[in-house]
Every structure is written in C-alpha cells, then in structure tokens.
Design a protein around this ligand. Sequence first.
Ligand code: HEC
Length: 117
Amino acid sequence: MQKMKLFLAATATVGLMSVNAVAGNADLVKEGEKIFNTKKIGNCLACHAVNGKKINNPGNLGPKLQGLSAWPEQALYDKIYNPYTTNPISAMPPFGLNGVLDDHQIKAVVAYLKTVK
Ligand code: HEC
C-alpha cells in the first residue's frame, strides 16, 4: 500500500494530466468500479451501461461503454478529465476540470475502464 502511494505521488509530480500503467492494479480497479457505480461520486452509471449493468436513468445520455480495454490510458484519463477536448458538444461533465474527481480517483476509474471489453 505504501509502495502504491509512492508510485502515485511519483506519477503525480510528472503532471496532473499524465497517467502511467494503472491498468491491472486490483485495488485501483475496485476503487474505480465503486466510483463508477456510486451516485454521489462518479455516477457514470447514470449515463453509461457497462459490463451488462443497465444505466440508472431512463434518460440514457451516453453510449454503452465497450472495447475500452483497447484505449490508451491517457485517452481514457483525458476523456474523464475533460470530454470537450475530443467532443466540444459533449453532454458528459468534465469530472477533472470541475473538481468532482481528483487525479487519484480518475486514475482509479481509468484502471476500471481498462477492464471493459
Ligand atoms: C450526464 C451523462 C454522462 C455522465 C454522468 C458520464 N458520461 Fe461519459 N459520456 C456521455 C456522453 C453523452 C458521451 C458521448 C459523447 C462524448 O464522447 O463525449 C460519453 C462518452 C464517454 C466515453 C467515450 C465512449 C466512446 O466509446 O467513445 C467514455 C470512456 C466515458 N464517457 C466515460 C465516462 C465515465 C468514466 C464517467 C463517470 C466518471 C462518465 N462517462 C459519466 C455522458 C455521460
């Protein structure tokens, strides 16, 4: 655990927007899945169906998430940090930019999304 904190601190000093090898870290994957599914934090499940889970909202705003394991970690990070960089009219909130998720939480969600086939 201590080792992981050091690792995260080291990557954080490289730059807030930089993400390195978070996939496959079981603790992070678990934490990310929780954030994804929790209404008060990420609430991604409000808009995205994933891994056979149905969305919380009848509104279905976002696409069903699939094939994300093929995305580079940095692309996933950037999408969550600020979706407007790749889609200026995105209906998805900029979780990093608006401070809802911090750097560590976004990395955890990235680790979880890397498990989405
Ligand atoms: C208010 C609804 C909403 C919420 C909440 C939301 N998203 Fe999205 N998301 C969207 C929409 C709409 C798109 C499609 C437009 C785009 O690509 O920006 C999208 C696109 C994406 C994509 C790209 C999918 C693809 O196949 O191109 C990813 C990855 C993603 N969201 C992850 C997340 C994660 C992780 C969270 C939670 C931290 C989240 N989203 C929360 C609406 C939402």
